[in-house]
Design a protein around this ligand. Sequence first.
Ligand code: M6R
Length: 614
Amino acid sequence: MCGIVGYIGSRDSQGILLEGLKKLEYRGYDSAGIAVFDGRKLEVRKSQGRLANLEEKLDGQPLRGYVGIGHTRWATHGKPSDVNSHPHTDNSSKFSVVHNGIIENYLELKAQLAAKGHQFVSETDTEVISHLVADLYQGDIVQAVQAAVRQMRGAFALAVLTEYEPDRLIAVRYASPLVIGIGNGENFIGSDIPAILEHTRDVYILNDGEMAILTSNGVELLTTDGNNISKEIFHVDWDLLTAEKAGFDHFMLKEIYEQPRAYRDTMMGRVIEGTEEGSLKVQLPEIGMTDEQLRAIRNIHIVACGTAHHAALIGKAVLESLARIPVETDVASEYRYRNPIITPETLVIVVSQSGETADTLAALREAKRCGARVLAITNVVGSSVSREADDVIITQAGPEIAVASTKAYTSQLIAFYLLGLYMADKRGACEQAQITMVLQAMQQLPEQVEAILSQANVLKQTAQALVKHQSLFFIGRGVDYAVAQEGSLKLKEISYIHSEAYAAGELKHGTLALIEEGVPVIALITQDELYEKTLSNIKEVTARGAYVFGVINSGQESEISQSVDELFAIPQTLPLLTPALSVIPLQLISYYASLALGNDVDKPRNLAKSVTVE
Ligand code: M6R
C-alpha cells in the first residue's frame, strides 16, 4: 500500500504534491519522491524515510514546474532506500512513473526488457513499468500506457508523466484505489480523497480498468482498452478527518472492512498455477531456505505478542496439520527467559505487525544467538524484525492505524496458510490435490468476508446487548479456542469489559463456577470433528443460566438453534480456514461494544500501537 499524487495546472506543483503526500503518509512512509517537468526536462527528487527527508532535500534544491507526480512508499519489492523510492524512470529519464500495488509478472517483464538492453537500477516491480512504457512509446503516451497495461498482471494504480508530452498526465487504475480531482484550470490525481480535498471537492472515482488523461483544462476518461466513458462527478461533502478514514467513523472499522483487500493482496503473486492442469501451488521466493534445509527442519517455535501470538496459535495448527512438523508457541516476553531448547534443526518464526515490538525483537535475537534460523512474518518492510530475520514474509495488510489489530491479524493467518502449504509441498507432506483444494478455498475467503461484513448491523445489536454486562466468556475447541482468545482480547482492549477465553472442555475444571443466570458466553463451534463435544460444553453453560451467542457454520442453523440463544453463521469453508472468517464477527462485536460505551475506539486507554519497551 503506497500513496500517489499528481498535479497539472498553472501553479507551482511542488508544494501541491508535498501537501498531498502528507495526507497519504498513513499509507506508508518508507520513502517519498516527486518528479516535476521544469519546462525543459523531467527532474526527480526522492529520499528514503519520511516525507520530511524529501522536504529537506527540496529545501536546498526546489523543483519548479506546473506538472508533476509524487509518491509515498510502503515497501513491497525491495527494501526502503533512495534507489527503490518512486518515481521510477526509464534509462533515458524521459518517462516517470509512480505506482501503488504489485506487478505480479514483473520478473518476466524485466527479463524481456533486459534482453532488449534496458538497465535496471532498483529492486522494485515499479521500475519495470517506466521501462515498459518507454519501450512501447511511439509518439503517443496514452497508447504506450495502454499497451503496457495489457502486458502487466497484478494490482496497480499509476500516474505517468513523460517530458515528450508534458501537457498530459496519465492515471490508470487496476485494483488499487485512485481518484481524479477536478479543478478550475488545474486537475489532480490522488490515491484517495484527502490528498486532493484542499483543492477541490469534485472528483471522479476510477474503477478497475479505467484511465484518465489530465490536462490543465480538462479530464478525459476512458477504459484501458481505449473506449471513452462518462462518469458522474462525485461531490465530497465530508470534512478532512472523515475523508482520511474513507468515510468510516474510525480507523478500526475502516481496517475491518479492508480485510477482503488485505487477504487478496497477501495471496497475490504467491498463489500460482501448478504443473498439473487446474492445480495451484504456493511460491514464496522471499524464503531463502533450500528444499534440503526445509526438509531438515525437525521442530518450529513460533514467538509473538498479543494478537500476533493469537495468530501464532493458528499457525501452530496449520503447520502441524499441513506440514506435519511439531510446533511450540510462546509469548515473546517468556521465550527468552525459559532457556528454550534450540537445535540446528529448529526453525524459529516470529510474528509481528509492526516489526518493532521489543519483546519479539529480543526473542528473535535470543533465537539467533542460540543458532536458530529465524523466519519473520511482519507487516512492515524495513522494520527491525524484517532486517534481522533470515527470511521474511511480508503481509500485505497495509498500514494499521487503530491500536486494536484486525487486518494485520487476519493477514498473518493468510501468511501461515501459505507457509504451511509451501512447507507441506517441499516436504512431501501433502498431496498436490489437497494443496489445490486448500488454495481454492482460500481464494473464496475475501468474498466470504464481504458476506459477513454485509451483516454488521446484526452484530451491532448483539454488541449493544453485551455492554450491559460486567463480564463474559468466549469458548471453543481447537482453532476455535485460538480465535476465542483473540475475540476476548479484542473486546477487553477497546470496550474495557472483562472477558476470559476458555478451552470449552476445560470450563468444568473450575471456571464453570463463574457461570450464573444471564452471563453471556460467546461460543465458537465451527470444527466438524469437535462439534458434538463443543455442543455438550455449550449445554453445560446453558444449564447454569448462561446466555449463549454461537458462531457457527452456515447450514447448521436449525440443528444448533435449540442449543443457543442467538447465533451468527459464517460461510462454509475448510475447518482449518474458519479462523479467517469466524474472527470477523468478533471484531465487529468488539468495535460496536466500544462504540456503545463511548470509548476512544482507535486509541484505547493505557495502550500503544507499537510496544517498544520490554
Ligand atoms: O506489532 P506487533 O504485532 O508485534 O504487536 C504485538 C501486540 O502488541 C499487538 O498484537 C497487540 O496485542 C494488538 N494491538 C492488540 O489488538
